[in-house]
Ligand binder design. Structure first.
Ligand code: FAD
Ligand code: PYC
Length: 415
């Protein structure tokens, strides 16, 4: 859809009347070939690729509230692929390559900005671990470099290397192809693309139960009645354990609040992303000018979409030590999401004990960056009824085989 300056002006003054709908509000059909539960980025991307790559268009996305209202619309939008282990590096790098062409693919501007992501080191241990990860990344063909303290300052002049005396900056890893994207545009772009290909996006439609016969999925129960499907994908992030419980199996997940906050908008002050695992703080600046700041997870399990005050205080103290010029900024709003974290800080993608029921969850604090790759491999998994090669190591069965993929360090956020 192209807009002239005149149509833009008319729409601005129209109080949202006559705006073209990007996706419809269909009533559910009695049956679909595939049902995707969860209208976050991952669920919508899965539906989009089922339709665009596999010709499976008779698909419904069932969203309990509004699309993108879960972690997709609550995250701080950092995108990078600098994970330690080969399995993760391949998965996240596949996602990053898809990000690089996503606006063109969807014909929708997801505002992907490759401004560079730095992960800071504050002690000798950090330096050793970071160099190990940089080397591992490079062996996997991922752009990653180690910066000493002076190079950190050159890349991000706003940073105070003394870190308030508590946490001096000793170096950093830098992924120049990393950056940020516009979170809700990602949900909307995938939704529009999927709907255009015939996918039904059904909002305000919580799934309340599963119809399972002889160990195989037959359909789901919803607030809008029962809907049949022989293939169902569950992509509900923080509510994965709740739905797994309904289907009769358990998941090795902790669901905890992860919070973020934004400042009042100011002129451009920091043109890259800075993350620090050691002080539990990360920061970037949005296109509106707000500083986007986040912390580690809260220590308790909860389904409340907000975090505790002491976490915010600790994070802001760390930000002020690294960026003393931000001391007098006012914070505008804070929010939280429920992040579903596995013991090894890696996702679960693949089959469940119920035939025909597939799962995609456990992305914890870091799944936004994976959205296109996750949708790509999950669509392929469901379409072909076997795990995609990149998804295979992330099967639920790894928690009984013991082949864990420990990514707590690369996750970049304490949990
Ligand atoms: P969601 O977007 O949560 O979608 C799941 C959907 O399922 C929701 O819309 C929910 O309403 C729906 N649902 C739940 N139960 C039901 C039901 N019974 N029936 C129907 N629908 C249901 N990741 C990064 O890579 N970079 C970051 O910078 C980053 N920052 C973060 C900051 C915060 C504060 C938070 C909370 C998370 C952050 N993450 C980040 C993690 C990232 O947001 C998630 O991993 C990712 O968005 C998960 O996407 P999703 O589509 O799986 O989940
Ligand atoms: O995974 O890069 C990440 C991230 C940053 C903030 C929250 N998660």
């Amino acid at each position: 859809m192209r807009y002239s300056a005149f149509s833009l002006l008319r729409n601005t003054l129209s109080h949202h009347k006559n705006w073209p709908q990007l996706w419809g509000s269909p009533d559910p059909q009695p049956e679909y070939d595939v049902i995707i539960i969860g209208g976050g980025g991952h669920g919508l991307a899965t539906a989009y690729y089922l339709a665009s790559q596999h010709g499976i268009n008779n698909v419904a996305v069932l969203e309990k509230a509004w699309i993108g209202g879960g972690n997709t619309g609550r995250n701080t939008t950092i995108v990078r692929s600098n994970y330690l282990w080969d399995e993760s590096a391949k998965l996240y790098e596949t996602a990053l390559k898809l990000w690089e062409n996503l606006s063109q693919e969807l014909n929708y501007n997801v505002m992907f900005s490759q401004r560079g992501v730095m992960n800071l080191c504050h002690n000798v241990h950090d330096v050793r671990e970071t160099k190990r990860r940089v080397n591992a990344n490079r062996l996997n063909g991922i752009d990653s470099e180690f910066l000493d303290a002076q190079q950190v300052k050159e890349f991000c002049p706003a940073i105070d290397l003394r870190g308030g005396g508590r946490y001096p900056v000793m170096g950093a890893s830098l992924q120049r192809r990393g950056g940020t994207a516009r979170h809700d545009a990602v949900a909307w772009g995938y939704a529009r693309g999927a709907a255009k290909r015939g996918v039904h996006i059904i909002q305000n439609c919580p799934v309340t139960g599963f119809d399972i016969e002889g160990g195989a999925i037959k359909g789901v129960q919803t607030a809008k009645g029962p809907i049949k499907a022989k293939r169902v994908g569950m992509v509900v992030a923080g509510h994965s354990s709740v739905l797994a419980n309904m289907a009769g199996f358990k998941l090795p997940l902790h669901c905890r609040p992860l919070q973020a906050l934004v400042s009042e908008p100011v002129k451009p002050a920091i043109d890259c992303v800075v993350m620090s695992n050691a002080v539990h703080a990360y920061i970037s600046q949005s296109d509106k000018g707000e500083l986007v700041i986040g912390a580690g997870t809260d220590a308790y399990c909860s389904y409340g979409q907000r975090g505790s005050m002491h976490n915010t205080e600790g994070t802001l103290a760390a930000i002020c030590e690294m960026f003393p010029q931000f001391r007098r900024m006012k914070m505008l709003r804070a929010w939280g999401g429920i992040v579903d974290t596995c013991p090894d800080a890696s996702p679960i993608i693949g089959k469940t004990p119920v035939e025909g029921l597939y799962i995609n969850c456990g992305w914890g604090t870091g799944g936004f960056k994976a959205t296109p790759g996750s949708g790509w491999v999950f669509a392929d998994t469901i379409a072909n009824e076997r795990p995609h090669a990149l998804a295979e190591p992330f099967a639920l069965s790894r928690f009984s085989s013991g082949y864990l993929i420990g990514e707590h360090g690369a996750a970049g956020v304490a949990h």
